[in-house]
Write a protein that binds this ligand. Structure first.
Ligand code: AKB
Length: 314
């Protein structure tokens, strides 16, 4: 049986991944950690530890105590927050990652950490962005993500750590809101549509970015971690996307369910600049070929589910 330790378990990905892995592998086999207590008890009854990922000793201690055989390192600052505080982002995103990789090396565990479409930059091909291409990001978050991809590949090649990763697009979920990302608008829009029937987008009309619904994202993590290592030509990190969408695409999809819904714009220059430096649509074919990535939700199926789920929550 697996013993999986998750950092950043109370975050947007962590909260759903922890629940999903606990139902798959058993509550006590998934050790959730986060910088803050799970005050609302949202993660259930399995093991939980408060962990600051910049504390290497504490991370090692917890992984050893529970005999973790897999580390899923999610704790990180997202793109817009990282741009506001680049030094903190470097220390947290890179310091946390190298600590987690060292624990994985010492305890011989499997390792997952997400990269992002933020690992690309303005000189990357914008359409059908290839798996292997130019990566010269212009944000601190992107610099962290490219460095992280290289570091994970290095730990695999140099020390034999079984590192695997994906380049996540904007993730949309009704369970936990994201915080400090550039793609957050694509979550906010659903809450506002239900609450107020309108939404003011900080990302401009016509700005396309890749997106994915959270159930597809957590399934992708499990699928990649269970994939036959001999089939993996790439490791860190696979392009994965389920849709390319601009704000007006969300407006139209929501209007099918809430006809009076209206979107207007008040563009935030910082986040707009980040969005414009990222691809419009990435090519996920390496993930499909090497481990069977197969997302189930397009924008319409996702919108129907998001609105249905949020109706009882908002
Ligand atoms: C962000 O917007 O920072 C994240 C991401 C695409 O990595 N959602």
């Amino acid at each position: 049986m697996k013993k999986i330790m998750i950092t950043g378990a109370l975050g947007q990905i962590g909260s759903e991944l922890t629940t999903m892995l606990r139902s798959k592998y058993g509550e006590n086999n998934v050790i959730a950690t986060d910088i803050r207590e799970d005050e609302s008890g949202s993660l259930g009854n399995g093991p939980f530890e408060v962990l600051d990922v910049t504390d290497a000793g504490q991370m090692h201690e917890i992984a050893k105590k529970y005999q973790a055989d897999t580390i899923m390192h999610l704790a990180a600052l997202l793109s817009a927050k990282a741009e506001n505080n680049p030094q903190l982002a470097w220390n947290l995103n890179m310091g946390g990652l190298v600590n987690a990789l060292e624990v994985a090396r010492d305890l011989n565990t499997q390792f997952f950490t997400p990269s992002s479409i933020g690992a690309f930059g303005p000189s990357t091909p914008k359409e059908n962005t290839p798996q292997d291409t130019i990566q010269r990001p212009t944000t601190m978050y992107g610099v962290n993500k490219v460095s992280g991809e290289l570091l994970c590949d290095y730990y695999f090649q140099r020390f034999g750590v079984d590192t695997r990763g994906v380049r996540f697009p904007g993730l949309i979920s009704y369970v936990t809101k994201p915080g400090g990302g550039t793609t957050d608008y694509a979550v906010e829009v659903y809450y506002e549509a239900l609450k107020n029937g309108k939404y003011t987008s900080y990302i401009g009309e016509g700005t396309h970015m890749d997106m994915m619904y959270m159930p597809d994202a957590v399934n992708a993590i499990v699928q990649l971690m269970e994939a036959d290592a001999s089939k993996l030509e790439h490791r860190n990190a696979f392009n994965v996307s389920a849709m390319s969408a601009a704000p007006e695409d969300f407006e139209k999809a929501i209007q099918k369910h809430i006809p009076e819904f209206k979107m207007d714009y008040d563009v935030d220059p910082v986040r707009q600049k980040i969005a414009e430096s990222w691809p419009n649509a990435i090519d996920s074919s390496a993930a499909k070929d090497e481990w069977g990535f197969d997302p189930k939700y397009d924008i319409h199926k996702m919108t129907e589910d998001m609105l249905q789920q949020l109706k009882v929550r908002v």
